[in-house]
Every structure is written in C-alpha cells, then in structure tokens.
Design a protein around this ligand. Structure first.
Ligand code: CAA
Length: 445
C-alpha cells in the first residue's frame, strides 16, 4: 500500500503580537492569571495591515517549495482551508497560486485548486483530500500543497477576544513522506450544532461555554469511532497527542476525559484503584444522575494523580508550546500542535522514528476527527528547518490602542487605511483592490 503523508511543513505567524497578561488583561480589568493560567495563553498573533490569509498562506507555501526544491510542475493540487475567506466564489488557493507564480518559474495551470470549509477541522479534511487523491493514483507523481490559513478575530468585547490569533500552516502531502505517514484508520464524531458559526458575517456568533461542551462531546464520539477500527487505545501507544487548540485550557479539559477513557480496563486503572478507586460503571447504578456524579468525582480525583500528571506532561503539554504564544489559528491550530510537540522532541534529542502520534482535529458546527500518524526517518530534518521561534520573537508588540487599530484594519467592512507596524522583507503583501473587487498582491524583495 502506498505510504502517504506529510512530507514537510512551514508555519507563518502574523507579524504583530498582543500580550494578553501585560496589555489586554489590564484594559479588561481582569487578573492576568485568567489568561496565562485559566486559558493557558500568553500572547496572540495578529496580522500587520499588509498581511491577510493570502499573504500568510503564500509566504508559508513559498518557504515550503523553496526548502523542498520544488517547482510548480511538481505540485498537482493546491487546497486551502480557512474560516476567514473574503470571497464566496473564487477560492483563496487561486490567489495563493497567483502569488507563487510571481516568484517561481512556470505556472500552476495544471493544478487542481479548491477551498475546504468545515470550521477548524477543514485543515485536516484538506489533508485527507490530498491523501485520497494520491492513494487513488490520480496524482501522476505530483505532491499536493495544503494551506490552513486564518485570521481568527472575534467581535470586540466577545469572550472569544482573549483567544484570537492569526497565521498559516503550509503542508506538502506526498508519497513516501519525510515527516509523518497518515493512518487510513479514522474516527468521526459529527452533529448539526450551533455553537460557533459565521452566517455571512466576518466575526463569529459564538456560544463560548456551549462550544466547550460540544468540543468534548464530538471528540469523545470520534475517539470511540476511531477505536472501533483501530482497536482500543492504551496511553503508551502514542508519544504525543496533538489536538485542536482553540486555547490550551480546552485541551487540558479534553485530555483528562481522554485519559479516563483510555485507561479504563487497563493495568493503569488497577494501579490507581488503591488511591482513587475504580472507574464507575453505568451498570452499577440505578440512577443516571448518581452515575454522572460518581464519574465527575472519579475524574476530579484522577486529575490529582501522578499517573495522570506524568502522562499529561509527556504527551499533551509539549503540543501547546506554540499555541501559548500565538493563540487560535482555527484551521491551522492542530497542525501547529503537531509541529510544537515534534519541535520539543527534536530539542530534547529524542529518537522517535516509527513512533505514533494520536491527532485530534475539531471544527465547530460540529465535527471531530481522530487518526494516527507514524514518524518517518527524516522527521528531525523537517522539524529542524522550522523557524517559528524566530518569527515569534520578531513580532511587533502592540499597545492596546494599536491593537484596536489593527482589529479595525482587519474588519472587512471598513477601509484599510492604516499605517503598518513592521516593514515587509522578502514576502508577499496585500496591495489594494482591483476593478472587480478582487484583492491584489505583490512580492516585496
Ligand atoms: N486565575 C486562574 N484561572 C482563572 C482565573 C484566575 N484569576 N480567572 C478565570 N480563570 C479560569 C476559569 O476558571 C476558567 O477555567 P475553567 O474552565 O477550567 O474553570 C478559565 O480561566 C476561563 O475563564 P472563564 O470561563 O471565565 O472565561 P470566559 O467565559 O471569559 O471565556 C470561553 C471562556 C467562553 C471559552 C471564551 O474564551 C470563548 O468564547 N472562546 C471562543 C470559543 C472557543 O474557543 N471555544 C472552544 C471550543 S470550540 C472550538 O474549539 C472551535 C474554535 O476554534 C473556536
């Protein structure tokens, strides 16, 4: 069977940052710990006034193609996943291809292009589409570029404002990949939900508290569905579990429930029995509410055990290393989480070839997807090539007044007549509107 997966990845962060504890919390009259400890976020990335979903996606894709020594003729497909599109007809992938054609020889006329939509899970769906295209043997030896790009902004004053972010992840999907092989085993949890949506409006309508519950419910369904094809999961089966990260606190909640689920009927449950008892079983209760209460008590106790803390520190915490400093990138978020844990492993000099990741994607509306990935021989070289730390450190630190201007500058309904905070250098920039309302872009040397 053809081995297909992610051959390479590049990450592009918006070039501005909002410090949540130092700049945002004081304006809101909040304790900074609500952000750093509660939500688990220190800073958010924002796009400068000349950046948008196209420039960030094109800049990440350019780095990807250059680093892998690719020309347009090597790429048979360009798919973009985004929740921040500004056009209901012309896909963002055409704009990105147009940008790349400014700097590479040749063109992408032969490449199939599209745009995937299902909130944040669309990034993973686009990876799936590329996987299926290659596995179907339709790729003629070519690779696919998948770009997950978003400006995840909320209405001013919305509770979600604390979890904003902006950036793009470009992934190369190929046969015999250098980074990870994707599993054909997958699990889904999908239901018609109204937790977070954008009914033809730029900023989302969000029921934040409910969205947290919907995330947990759909993720659980996906896990059970995954186990129905891949077999029961044991905590030691996976070195890391990168999950969609709207904010690290969300992943902390999901991780605890996942750990409870995957330790049931294992030697870990037995080892913990003396300390916190065994997991409540539904059949032992006459009353549903009593059962739910017992499960809650067990879960609270589980959270305080060394077993759980050790697993969390080893398997989950490293996946949050980047998210803590960039916020939510919607479609790119789970792909940032994968890069983050592998970066930690690379820095620690771990030998992970052949090891597995359990990857959990989620999109509001709502759908979760779980699959696994196997690390390939050259994973270290791929991760060593990332420059995300340098990009994060180089961001311009916004004052609150500047943040207000930047937020307004990225409101589609307003003029974009604002000063830039940084100087573009060797990158694509937004260059105004054309006669049909299209956006124009140019490369700045
Ligand atoms: N010290 C330590 N912790 C503190 C604190 C302090 N001083 N003050 C508050 N906290 C804790 C709270 O206890 C809470 O933690 P727990 O949930 O573990 O109890 C946490 O900080 C956040 O505090 P609040 O719940 O009071 O925060 P909020 O109500 O203002 O906002 C939110 C939370 C509703 C999730 C909001 O951030 C939001 O609407 N976010 C957007 C929606 C979202 O991201 N949902 C996630 C699932 S949907 C999804 O994943 C798709 C997507 O990408 C959007």
């Amino acid at each position: 069977m053809t081995n297909v997966g992610i051959d390479a990845v590049e990450i592009w962060t918006g070039k501005l940052k909002l410090d949540l504890a130092e700049t945002f919390a004081p304006e809101k009259g909040d304790d900074p710990a609500k952000y750093t400890k509660g939500l688990g976020l220190f800073e958010s990335s924002f796009p400068d006034t000349y950046e948008d979903i196209v420039t960030m996606g094109a800049n990440a894709s350019k780095r990807l193609m250059e680093r892998k020594g690719l020309e347009p003729e090597d790429i048979g497909r360009i798919d973009v996943a985004t929740e921040s599109s500004f056009d209901n007809s012309k896909p963002i992938s055409t704009y990105i291809a147009g940008c790349l054609e400014q700097t590479f020889d040749g063109d992408f006329h032969h490449a199939n292009k599209g745009e995937r939509k299902f909130a944040c899970v669309a990034g993973t769906q686009a990876v799936d589409d590329a996987y299926n295209w290659i596995r179907a043997g339709r790729n003629r030896g070519r690779s696919a570029i998948v770009v997950a790009t978003d400006t995840a902004l909320y209405k001013r004053g919305d509770p979600g404002e604390a979890t904003q972010g902006a950036g793009a992840v470009a992934m190369l999907i190929s046969e015999d990949p250098d980074l990870v092989e994707l599993s054909s085993d997958q699990g889904y949890g999908s239901a018609d939900e109204t937790d977070f949506l954008k009914p033809n409006q730029q900023f989302p309508s969000v029921d934040g508290k409910r969205s947290v519950q919907v995330y947990l419910a759909r993720m659980r369904e996906a896990l059970v569905d995954y186990e129905s094809v891949a077999g029961d999961i044991h905590p030691e089966d996976f070195v890391y579990a990168p999950f969609h990260t709207p904010f690290p606190g969300m992943v902390r909640k999901a991780a605890l429930l996942a750990y409870r689920h995957i330790t049931r009927d294992t030697e870990i449950e037995e080892e913990l029995a003396a300390e916190i008892g065994r997991q409540p079983r539904e059949e032992a209760f006459d009353d549903w509410d009593d059962y739910v209460e017992a499960v809650q008590e067990y879960t609270d106790a589980l959270k305080g055990t060394d077993h759980y803390a050790d697993w969390y520190d080893a398997t989950i915490d490293p996946t949050l290393d980047i998210a803590r400093h960039v916020g939510n990138w919607y479609t790119g978020s789970v792909h940032v989480a994968r890069a983050a844990c592998l970066k930690r492993a690379y820095e620690e000099g771990r030998d992970l070839t052949g090891e597995r990741l359990l990857v959990g994607s989620y999109g509001s509306g709502a759908q979760a997807e779980i699959h696994h990935e196997t690390l390939q021989d050259s994973w270290e070289e791929e991760i060593a090539a990332l420059n995300i730390d340098e990009q994060i450190d180089a961001r311009y630190d916004l004052s609150f007044e500047e943040y207000e201007q930047v937020h307004a500058a990225h409101d589609h309904s307003k003029d974009r007549d604002f000063e830039e905070f940084t100087a573009p250098d060797g990158e694509f920039v937004f260059d105004g509107w054309g006669r049909m309302g299209e956006r124009k872009y140019r490369f700045v040397e």
